[in-house]
Design a protein around this ligand. Structure first.
Ligand code: MV4
Length: 445
């Protein structure tokens, strides 16, 4: 078993990991930057180590400092959370070489899925549907035009080393292709250090539906159903729910089976998420696989009762999954609102002192957050300060419960996105379940 875990993260996910460790009887080590010494994860951990100055590059991304923190505290594992080093295959490898358990999949799993072309090729072999597109990188603009003519417009150009939507270019005509191709390449080079791009048919106004999977080191793979994460702004998810309200049961079964097949095809071990686009005909296509625990995992926990982070830690320790597929029972509906320290109209970051704080409570309400009254939200890091999650018997009741919980949530001193979420909860299209990735561009909130 694992005895002591270094939590290589901050904020709510550091607390989430700490809580799982406590319940498993595992000691915790918080690492933190200079400016995070008052952070809750530091106060609640058994031990803490300062790993550098405020900039992430010098602290939460500082592999040497984090490995050293594990060595001086005699820890045997590192949990990367999400963001920061969570999808860095080199870091996973360094942990292994230092005799530390990286709580996540193997470095090979991470590399294979991190390269979007190899991910596409791998899942295709496992029978998972993908959108028509190139098998390999597109070497030049002339080739790009030939391929796009073959696929038919609109097409989308994506970075091989990309992901999460950054640097993608949607192209509607051959005339626009050469410029978009050149721009995509230079953005890919600048953003990911690799200029390679590939081309796919562009799917218009899809839903973003993803399947949570769990896999152990003994070849067992199960799924925990889907999440609908269609409500996004500039590729930042703002609200997620489970299940997807319009997904027909036969399509759900197929999508879940595909996600499990994709994980089995790469001998995956750990928790992970397989992302799909779902079009208006309810056809679905593989987008990418995330090899980490995700921000939105709580909605799945609420409808299944499974502690995803605990299972992830146990799997990393070599334990077999404690659930078979038939043990997973889905109940009710869950919604998560990401509460950001941002202007609720313009979404510009609004860090500062929280001066007055009260969290909502009651049946079916969960707050995952690391802030408290008189806490100073820092400008150095991500603006998400809390996740408000509700669970109820139906989607309709979950929306009412979310409305009630948002009303109760008092955060004074800084602007937050609470008013934005209140507008969504009262929006006709949202209430009717009419959401897709263009929702926020389309509706007048
Ligand atoms: C697409 C797509 C439509 N067609 N690929 C976004 C994140 C990354 N995982 C891939 N993404 C998409 N890929 C094809 N072939 C639509 C998205 C997409 C999206 C695109 C534009 C604006 C918002 C979006 C939100 C989710 C997904």
């Amino acid at each position: 078993m694992i005895h002591k875990v270094v939590i290589a993260n901050r904020g709510e996910i550091a607390l989430r990991i700490l809580r799982a460790c406590k319940e498993l009887g595992i000691k915790t080590v918080a690492v933190h930057s200079d400016v995070d010494s008052e952070a809750l994860h530091v106060k609640l951990a058994d031990q803490s180590v300062c790993i550098g100055p405020a900039p992430s590059a010098d602290s939460y991304l500082n592999m040497k400092a984090i490995i050293s923190a594990a060595e001086v505290t005699d820890a045997d594992a590192i949990h990367p959370g999400y963001g920061f080093l969570s999808e860095n295959a080199e870091f996973a490898e360094i942990c292994q070489n230092c005799g530390l358990i990286f709580i996540g999949p193997t470095a090979d799993n991470m590399r294979l899925m991190g390269d979007k072309i190899s991910a596409r090729q791998t899942v295709t072999k496992a029978g998972v549907p993908i959108l028509p597109g190139t098998k390999d990188g597109v070497p030049n603009s002339e080739e790009a035009v030939l391929i796009a003519n073959d696929i038919g417009y609109p097409v989308i150009i994506k970075a091989t080393a990309g992901g999460g939507g950054r640097g993608m270019k949607i192209v509607h005509s051959a005339a626009a292709l050469p410029n978009a191709y050149a721009a995509a390449r230079s953005e890919a080079k600048a953003g990911f250090g690799n200029p390679e791009v590939y081309i796919e048919k562009y799917c218009q106004r899809p839903r973003h539906v993803e399947i949570q999977i769990m896999a152990d080191k003994h070849g067992n793979v199960i799924h925990l159903g889907e999440r609908d994460c269609s409500i996004q702004r500039r590729h930042q998810k703002l609200l997620e729910e489970a299940p997807c309200s319009i997904l027909p049961d036969d399509v759900r079964q197929k999508m879940c089976a595909c996600a499990v097949a994709a994980a089995e095809a790469v001998n995956y071990s750990s928790v992970g998420t397989v992302e799909f686009l779902l079009d208006a005909n309810n056809d679905f296509f593989f987008m990418e696989m995330n090899t980490r625990v995700q921000v939105e995992h709580p909605v799945t926990e609420m409808i299944t009762g499974v502690d995803i982070v605990k299972e992830q830690i146990l799997c990393a320790a070599g334990e077999p999954l404690r659930y078979r597929q038939e043990d997973i029972v889905f109940r009710g509906h869950a919604i998560e609102c990401r509460i950001n320290a941002e202007d609720p109209e313009k979404f510009t970051p609004c860090p500062g002192l929280i001066d007055g704080y009260h969290t909502p409570g009651g049946l079916g309400v969960r707050v995952d957050s690391a802030v408290y009254d008189q806490y100073k939200v820092l400008p150095n890091y991500d603006s998400m300060i809390a996740k408000l999650i509700v669970h109820a018997d139906s989607r309709e009741e979950a929306i009412k419960r979310m409305n009630r919980a948002l009303d109760e949530y008092i955060i004074e001193g800084i602007k937050t996105t609470i008013p934005f979420h209140q507008r969504i909860m009262n929006n006709k299209e949202f209430i009717e379940g009419d959401v897709d990735t263009s929702f926020l561009e389309r509706v007048q909130l």
